[in-house]
Write a protein that binds this ligand. Structure first.
Ligand SMILES: Nc1ncnc2c1ncn2[C@@H]1O[C@H](COP(=O)(O)OP(=O)(O)OP(=O)(O)O)[C@@H](O)[C@H]1O
Length: 337
């Protein structure tokens, strides 16, 4: 039996991003690091976002969560979340949504957690900003979320430096779960960990997501990490979405030559052994992206017209790909004489 297509579950949409553009203001003019992203995320969906370093993944995530700091700012587009456009909201209104309705887990918990406060104190501060709970309620919920991520609640008394890297990341995820939000955005939450700790944290995130039903946007540069966990995969290149589709179909039949290159650059976790090739060259300077298709200078199947013609996101089966190979043929209209 075929699975329901998340792309069509618009009534269940939790988040709608349209035309999102984020620019860094520099002395040489604006650098568009996110150049018009559209995305609809269903309730409870797990979306992986992949792409090489510098493709704009984190900037997009921060643009969605409204956590950008100067010189970066959203210069166009809308981010609709639970009926409100986050881009147009005041900082005060955004603060009432953060933690309660959506939370963010950063790459390094060491930077996100306050080193001079115990874990329990930081959980308490996050709770008190949103709810008038008694100290007993705060302690009970804090212990509960720590247990959810497999940490003994005795560590509510611990300071961040007393926990291992994996435990700190888990503590951050526990904090993100305090109010069981509808959406958790995660920016490479496992990248500072060794491979074994990465896989086990990933499995735990997936288990919690199934149990509690929140949606996840998970940014990583590691294709293999998201292969078993995400429902859909967004591949970014040079500030644009170049492919968006069901994870399995992107892995089985990548529609964009860049997605294929990324897949060929990572070892498969379980699949057959293959020669790793990688993608020659490096992502472009976003201040001056290549003409036509931004990937054409590195593309093994580039055609002459890729240097000039700008591809759109074309429908390819159940996925979308920004590649002229998938441009629909022009419809010929016969005119009766
Ligand atoms: N302060 C800045 N000024 C100008 N441009 C910047 C600045 N910070 C980032 N950029 C631009 O934004 C682009 C996207 O950066 P971003 O960190 O979002 O990429 P990423 O895909 O998340 O990379 P990584 O995987 O390394 O985290 C960079 O390639 C760079 O050109």
């Amino acid at each position: 039996m075929s699975e329901p297509m998340l792309e069509t579950m618009n009534d269940d949409a939790l988040l709608r991003v349209s035309g999102l553009r984020v620019e860094y203001a520099t002395a040489n003019g604006p650098v568009p690091a996110v150049a018009g992203v559209d995305l609809t995320l269903a309730k409870g969906e797990f979306l992986g976002v992949v792409g090489e370093s510098g493709c704009g993944k984190s900037t997009m995530l921060f643009g969605i969560a409204q956590l950008l700091n100067p010189p970066a700012s959203v210069t166009a587009g809308e981010v609709w979340f639970k009926g409100e456009n986050l881009v147009a909201m005041t900082a005060k209104s955004l603060n009432t949504l953060r933690w309660r309705d959506f939370s963010v887990v950063m790459q390094s918990a060491m930077n996100a957690l306050n080193p001079v406060h115990s874990i329990g104190r930081q959980f308490k501060d996050a709770i008190k900003a949103h709810a008038k709970w008694s100290d007993t309620q705060v302690r009970a919920r804090s212990a509960e979320v720590l247990e959810l991520v497999g940490i003994d609640p005795v560590h509510l008394k611990s300071y961040p430096h007393q926990l291992s890297g994996g435990m700190r990341q888990r503590a951050m995820i526990a904090m993100a779960l305090l109010f069981t939000p509808d959406l958790i955005v995660m920016d490479e939450p496992t990248s500072a960990l060794d491979v074994v700790a990465q896989r086990s944290l990933m499995a735990q995130i997936k288990e919690l997501q199934k149990q509690l039903g929140f949606a996840v946007i998970f940014v990583t540069h590691d294709m293999s990490l998201v292969s078993h966990f995400s429902d859909r995969l967004m591949v970014m290149y040079a500030g644009q979405v170049v492919e968006l589709g069901r994870t399995r179909s992107v892995f089985d039949a990548p529609a964009h030559p860049y997605s294929k290159g990324l897949l060929d650059a990572f070892p498969s976790i379980r699949g057959e052994k293959k020669r790793l090739t990688g993608i020659p060259g490096a992502p472009p300077n976003l201040a001056k992206p290549p003409s036509g298709c931004r990937f054409h200078p590195r593309c093994p199947v580039a055609m002459d017209r890729c240097k000039a013609d700008v591809p759109e996101l074309y429908t390819v089966g159940a996925a979308q790909a920004r590649c002229l190979l998938h441009e629909p043929a022009p419809v010929s209209v016969e005119v009766e004489s």
